[in-house]
Write a protein that binds this ligand. Structure first.
Ligand SMILES: *[C@@H]1O[C@H](CO)[C@@H](O)[C@H](O)[C@H]1NC(C)=O
Ligand SMILES: *[C@@H]1O[C@H](CO)[C@@H](O)[C@H](O)[C@H]1NC(C)=O
Ligand SMILES: *[C@@H]1O[C@H](CO)[C@@H](O)[C@H](O)[C@H]1NC(C)=O
Ligand SMILES: *[C@@H]1O[C@H](CO)[C@@H](O)[C@H](O)[C@H]1NC(C)=O
Ligand SMILES: *[C@@H]1O[C@H](CO)[C@@H](O)[C@H](O)[C@H]1NC(C)=O
Length: 952
């Protein structure tokens, strides 16, 4: 099996075209494309750049970015934000490993305030979503993979915002097996972190120090969540002595000559791992570069949250590497890692020196998509038209989006279902590759200059519609074509076909010859009635030697089209049925419309007296009794005072007496209330009804026993006993789910407009529900008399909404981000004294601390360190995303829900393991001391291929 694979790939590869023959630069195995460039040049480190001049799509643009002088970054190529994909195809050597790197420096080339967001793919595999967050920062995507065909396609597609663009595309060929994995035929390695510790400067180390031009990032560059939480006593060291790195695919000597050591006994770091959580490949590179006295030792353990086993082994670099200044590279080929990775190296009690670390490499497994099974057949079709524009689209025929002239099925491995090549000036025979597309349903090759016979379409059993008219086809209509079980339309007129129509399908299509001009609209009309009739329209006219056969076959339903006499009659019938169909369709549409409305809520029928179905209309007297004449006040807010009440049936209620008298007319008011009362979700406070009498406006809600979240965070209810972190996460999850339902579960969706901690209520069991949704819509602004003027609460208000007055669901996300910050910090959204300096706003304050990696100083002291730092970070980072200045940069509430759930499972897991650890601590300390180094090696599951190059 192993042996056969290359042959399969080879045969596949032979028919893939070399669409863009970018020639190789002089460094063997290197391709460096300067997208949008116009000259060949060599850069300051010796890389030779070639313009992508043979690329025919897109536009080029020149940018200027402060402090960026490298020529390859001053140009870029950008593409329309349409539904197509734009692919670069590069020549590669099959069965070789490569590093593929794409970079993106936006530089505001389009003077647009919207930063681009788009997808890139390698062949049919989704590689990454490129999100530009800063105009002057280079975004980079890197992939390591074994190629299985002689070309590699990199495609840009799916512009969510802005225009897709690319600055450079680089290929670097490896010549060994360091990156070999057992699953490399099915998984790519997506580079997540490649770090040079103890670096002399911020500059990365790459070519020519690294012969494969891997970029070893300096550990001293400053960016968000990159190597933060550094332990005190961490020191950089370096040596001039050369390091024995064994092979050139190992880190360059220069990388290994620097390191960090933990003088106080430990090294700690935390960083975000792009692309994770997931399974990855991780290797740590060590070399002893300090002189240790004979009686000294350097022994340490690795601690990785979530992987307690790893800490059982003891590392001793010099022993493990069998000498000083020699590389030792323990690694794991399959490890599950989180997005926020925290790790610690801690010296053992019998060690005299603290831990040391030279470099680190972490890659994520990216599952390869094999693409459409029709890839080979389509390549063979293209091979006849190498110079045609439409044949140069590149990549997979169907994924991530189909070529512009192809339509595909929606299967996980999509099949080509339509070929749309009408009037493309095709010459030669009908490409045989088409007959191999066994999923084909529609084939349009009309209006070309195709010659030769019609090939055998017998394998395309699903073919329904075939257009071959207006070509120069010769020979007979193949019997196999006529026998296709699903064929509904076959058009062959104006060819040079001859022989008999074997199916004997009567009446030779003279409809078209009779009304040549109208034929097309007729067909259209016919298509509209095909729901009731199955139509077979054979048009053989214009073929000199084509005669209808004598045999009649009637195994298919057909409309029998008469000749000259029948046609006008048919036209009449058709027009009539067209009109009827249209009417029916129109009715259907109307019906669909109502059906598609949600059954749950939005359709209300008013009675003349203003009472509403769904929402209960309470009498004022009734409310007065149930609240004992508004005796017990349980809350107050922007909309009014809330009283406790109990109905006759014992149901507890909260009555909100709306203060403002500027509410909409009674009809609109009841309508709106009716809508809101029909929204049911376990995380939304149920609106039971309303009362509008004697100048009073009241809303009646279910009663929530435990008050508002605000009171539990910093109100008088806390009494110094505020809710713990996991409970806070659960409250956040509940509230986010409530908002998610408003945004995605209701049609039309409801924007809350006033999400804040005093609108999150807690029930008897401390489960949270969101209240007051949609309320601001009830109030009418006295001046403008529209209900969409900016409303909300200071401190929670989306700044973009405030400026633009355009309300979107992302405004709620902003407010929710503020709540997350309150949950972390126990601080109010706006405070005059808590935040220090001139800062009054929780967002500014938290942002400042979180972005500098210092989360500790904003965490609520009431949590007393009883939380997992990872889950805290997860929430902190999501909160910052939520309060991004622009709505399009914020996540959807559904993404936020997912993140909170992840944080909850991290928190639960860490509680479980910390319980276990405290139970097992005595046992494990005995076990680990007896562990020898050999066992340690086994334990780390060191990738055999790293030490023994496999014979490939
Ligand atoms: C572009 O195509 C021409 C003609 O096929 C070829 O000579 C040239 O080398 C190509 N340019 C690059 C950069 O590969
Ligand atoms: C760049 O160099 C390649 C060969 O290395 C050549 O084919 C191409 O024409 C050159 N392009 C320009 C713009 O000089
Ligand atoms: C550009 O470099 C200068 C000097 O190194 C520095 O002061 C400035 O902040 C840099 N500008 C940007 C935008 O990075
Ligand atoms: C396009 O991008 C959006 C947002 O990134 C994503 O939700 C969607 O699934 C993508 N569509 C395709 C076809 O990949
Ligand atoms: C087909 O050829 C004609 C004449 O050479 C030309 O005008 C037309 O643009 C071509 N059409 C396509 C789609 O290439």
């Amino acid at each position: 099996m192993e042996i056969q694979l290359p042959f399969i790939f080879l045969s596949f590869s032979l028919i893939i075209l070399h669409l863009f023959p970018f020639s190789f630069a002089q460094i063997p195995g290197f391709v460096s494309l300067d997208c949008g460039g116009d000259v060949n040049f060599t850069d300051e480190i010796g890389l030779e750049w070639t313009p992508d001049e043979n690329f025919t799509y897109g536009e080029i643009s020149t940018i200027s970015v402060a402090n960026e002088t490298r020529k390859q970054y001053m140009t870029l190529r950008y593409f329309p934000a349409d539904s197509r994909k734009y692919c670069y195809t590069l020549d590669v050597v099959s069965r070789t490993r490569y590093l593929l790197r794409a970079t993106f420096l936006y530089g505001n080339f389009d003077n647009n305030n919207v930063y681009p967001k788009f997808d890139i793919s390698v062949g049919a595999t989704h590689w990454s979503t490129i999100v530009i967050e800063d105009a002057n920062t280079i975004e980079k995507a890197e992939l390591i993979f074994l190629v299985s065909s002689p070309t590699v396609s990199v495609c840009l597609s799916n512009a969510t915002t802005g225009s897709p663009f690319i600055s450079t595309l680089e290929l670097r060929q490896f010549n060994g097996s360091v990156y070999h994995t057992d699953v490399e035929n099915h998984y790519y390695l997506s580079v997540s972190a490649r770090i040079n510790f103890g670096a002399h400067s911020d500059a990365p180390i790459r070519y020519p120090d690294d012969p494969f031009d891997r970029i070893w990032e300096s550990d001293s560059i400053k960016k968000a969540n990159y190597l933060v939480d550094v332990a005190a006593g961490t020191q950089k060291i370096s040596t001039n002595v050369s390091i024995d790195v064994k092979r050139n695919e190992m880190p360059p000597v220069k990388v290994m000559q620097t390191a960090v050591v933990g003088r106080n006994g430990s090294l700690t770091y935390r960083l975000d791992l792009e692309g994770f959580p997931g399974f990855g490949w991780a290797v740590i590179y060590f070399a002893e570069i300090e002189d240790l006295a004979l009686d000294e030792s350097r022994k340490f353990r690795i601690a990785l949250p979530g992987d307690p086993d790893i800490s059982k082994l003891v590392l001793n670099i010099e022993e493990n590497a069998r000498g000083k200044y020699r590389l030792y590279e323990p690694g794991v080929t399959n490890i599950s890692l989180p997005f926020v990775l925290s790790f610690k190296f801690g010296e053992t009690t019998d060690s005299s020196r603290g831990p040391l670390l030279n470099a680190l490499e972490i890659n994520k497994y990216l599952e390869k998509n094999d693409g459409s099974p029709d890839g080979d057949a389509m390549s063979s079709v293209l091979s006849h038209y190498t110079s045609e524009e439409w044949a140069k689209e590149g990549g997979d025929p169907c994924l991530p989006v189909p070529w512009s002239w192809v339509r595909c099925s929606l299967d996980p491995r999509p099949r080509v279902v339509s070929i749309l090549l009408s009037s493309k000036n095709l010459t030669g025979n009908i490409p045989l590759g088409i007959t191999k597309l066994t999923g084909l349903v529609e084939l349009w090759l009309d209006g070309n200059m195709l010659t030769g016979p019609i090939p055998d379409f017998g394998r395309c059993r699903d073919l329904k519609i075939v257009h071959l008219e207006n070509n120069q086809l010769t020979g007979a209509l193949p019997a196999t074509l006529m026998k296709l079980p699903n064929l509904r339309e076959l058009f062959v007129q104006n060819n040079m076909l001859s022989g008999r129509v074997l199916s004997g399908r009567h009446n030779n299509g003279s409809l078209l010859s009779f009304f040549p001009r109208f034929s097309h609209s007729l067909i259209t009309i016919f298509k509209m009635v095909t729901t009731t009739f199955i139509l077979i329209l054979n048009s053989y006219s214009g073929n000199l030697n084509l005669h209808k056969g004598s045999k009649k076959q009637s195994h298919m339903h057909a409309i029998i089209i008469g000749t000259a006499v029948g046609a006008p009659l048919l036209l009449l019938v058709t027009v009539l049925s067209f009109l009827v169909t249209r009417k029916v369709m129109k009715n259907n549409n109307e019906k669909d419309h109502t059906v598609s409305r949600p059954s749950q809520n939005m359709v209300s029928s008013n009675n003349d007296d203003g009472s509403v179905e769904g929402a209960q209309c309470f009498r004022y007297s009734e409310i007065k009794i149930s609240t004992n004449n508004f005796e017990k006040k349980v809350g107050s807010g922007g909309f009014g005072v809330v009283y406790y009440g109990k109905l006759d049936d014992g149901k507890e209620i909260a009555v909100k007496v709306l203060t403002s008298n500027s509410y909409q007319g009674i009809r609109e008011f009841s309508n709106e209330v009716s809508l809101l009362s029909r929204i049911h979700h376990r995380n939304l406070v149920q609106l039971l009804g309303y009362c509008r009498e004697e100048g009073n406006c009241m809303l009646i809600y279910e009663f929530m026993h435990n008050g508002t979240l605000k009171e539990h965070l910093y109100g008088p209810l806390t009494h110094g006993r505020s809710i713990n972190w996991i409970k806070r996460l659960e409250v956040a999850e509940d509230a986010a789910k409530g908002i998610e339902y408003l945004h995605t579960g209701c049609v039309p969706s409801v924007i809350h407009r006033d999400v804040k901690s005093s609108n999150i209520l807690l029930d008897r069991h401390m489960r949270a529900k969101v209240s007051d949704f949609g309320l601001s819509k009830l109030a009418v602004d006295e001046v403008s008399h529209v209900s969409s003027i900016v409303r909300g609460t200071v401190g929670y208000l989306d700044p973009e909404y405030y400026i633009s007055q355009q309300l979107t669901d992302k405004s709620d996300v902003y407010s929710f981000g503020v709540i997350l910050l309150e949950l972390i910090s126990g601080q109010e959204a706006i405070s005059n004294d808590s935040f220090g300096g001139s800062c009054r706003n929780i967002v500014q304050w938290a942002k400042l601390h979180i972005e500098s990696g210092d989360i500790q100083s904003i965490i609520d002291p009431a949590l007393r360190n009883k939380y997992d730092l990872q889950s805290m970070w997860k929430i902190a980072e999501k909160a910052l995303m939520c309060v991004q200045p622009h709505g399009h940069m914020r996540p959807s509430i559904s993404e936020v829900v997912k993140e909170i759930q992840d944080a909850i499972s991290i928190e639960k897991e860490s509680r479980r393991t910390s319980d276990e650890l405290s139970r097992n601590s005595i046992n494990s300390s005995i076990n680990t001391t007896s562990m020898d180094l050999g066992a340690a090696d086994n334990f780390l599951a060191i990738d055999e291929s790293i030490t023994q190059p496999s014979a490939r």
